[in-house]
Design a protein around this ligand. Structure first.
Ligand code: RB5
Length: 150
């Protein structure tokens, strides 16, 4: 699946726990053209703790070392809760394309969170495509996201 212009690859960091491991691998395989992947793990289906993977991804986005990120766990909630502790990180749990689109248009979400145990891998790929091709609308939404950081 092609999303971006092949010559300008977007730097994306991706991470998952054991519940999201297979989906992480699938997404990387489907979007090898437009994205330059940085993989923060996990690298197998052995049980791990999701904060150990969510923190490095969120840190890279917060510090502008990656343009955007993707985080995956069983429900998406654990990695989202962890990532949103980081300054300037707006991690959005998305389970359909419309929510992914709005997360970009209204929230300027910079980390896409996927609930691996509740969506098919095909739908996940459509959500990824939608998230990374939708622009932030700015305007009143910029004022609102400016009020998120503590
Ligand atoms: C792992 O079993 C599961 O708890 C984790 O993937 C996630 O859903 C937590 O929020």
């Amino acid at each position: 699946m092609q999303v971006m212009n092949k010559t300008v690859k977007m730097k994306i960091i991706i991470g998952a726990d054991h519940a999201g491991y297979e989906l992480k691998e699938y997404i990387k395989s489907q979007f090898s053209d437009g994205f330059e992947w940085q993989d923060a793990g996990t690298f197998g289906s052995e049980s791990v703790d999701y904060p150990d993977y969510a923190h490095p991804v969120a840190e890279a986005v917060s510090e502008n070392k990656a343009e955007k990120g993707i985080l995956i766990c069983g429900t998406g909630n654990g990695v989202a809760m962890t990532a949103n502790k980081h300054r300037d990180v707006r991690a959005a749990l998305c389970w359909n394309e419309e929510i992914a689109k709005l997360a970009r248009q209204h929230n300027d979400a910079n980390i896409l969170v996927l609930p691996a145990r509740f969506i098919s891998k095909e739908l996940a790929a459509e959500i990824v495509k939608c998230f990374f091709t939708t622009e932030f609308e700015g305007g009143r939404h910029a004022r609102r996201i400016g009020k998120i950081n503590l």
